[in-house]
Design a protein around this ligand. Structure first.
Ligand SMILES: [Zn+2]
Ligand SMILES: [Zn+2]
Length: 99
């Protein structure tokens, strides 16, 4: 797996940083990087649904929250999505109904 997903991403996504909305072309295109939404560099669906184009500055910011993030590639770390279910929700109601 080389950087080919980057070329693919640049083909189907607008050359604009998704964070700061700067536009890139020509030489500056090098500053536009592919961010993986789920943090998995091996997850490269051809429709681009896992990609986000970020300039190197915004991309760094995106990852700066994780001080222990491994430099030089590997699996990216991202926020864990908040749990959709709340196990304790409704417990109060259940207790009220109990007699
Ligand atoms: Zn940016
Ligand atoms: Zn990233």
């Amino acid at each position: 797996m080389s950087a080919s997903y980057r070329e693919h991403a640049l083909k189907i996504l607008p050359w604009i940083c998704a964070r700061c909305a700067r536009e890139f072309d020509g030489k500056r295109l090098r500053e536009l990087t592919v961010h993986h939404r789920d943090g998995n560099h091996d997850n490269n669906p051809p429709d681009g649904s896992n990609w986000e184009l970020l300039c190197i500055y915004c991309h760094e910011n995106e990852h700066a929250r994780f001080t222990d993030a491994a430099a030089g590639g590997g699996v990216e770390k991202h926020d864990v999505a908040p749990a959709k279910h709340r196990p304790l929700e409704g417990l109060g109601e259940l207790l009220k109904k109990k007699k």
